[in-house]
Ligand binder design. Sequence first.
Ligand code: AMP
Length: 145
Amino acid sequence: MSYDNDNIFAKILRAEAPAFRVYETDGALAFMDLMPQVPGHTLVVPKDAAENLFDVDPDILAATILAVQTVAGAVKQAFEAPGIMIAQLNGPAAGQTVFHTHFHIMPRFEGLEFKLHAREVEDAAVLASHARRIRACLPPQPPAP
Ligand code: AMP
């Protein structure tokens, strides 16, 4: 499969589609998952036209994993989560549904089950409030476009 420039994350990166943004660097952008599997489910995407992990420019991948570390720390603090799960799916056989590389950050609590993957769109007010909580645990960022 070749990279589709009109995939939803490419549109979010170009600010052509809405997202509840939480963090941005020269190499990566983080925003709330629209269909969270747990409260606080956040995505980090590299600023590279890369379908999966194997296609990402190494320097951009390095910047992306640093953003994952930073945002995961903020998610952990914002949700007072005892555990944080990082997931990254490559190819339909692995369950990938959006073909622009991304990392999932998910707060985990003993006994709190996951919702099904990419099924139920969360209320916008909830996502906005979760994004605010995470942003409050991150260094100040310029206003979102
Ligand atoms: P994956 O299956 O690993 O490719 O994950 C794709 C993720 O993107 C799923 O968790 C979806 O809920 C999420 N998603 C799909 N569309 C959007 C969107 N417009 N904004 C934010 N997250 C999205």
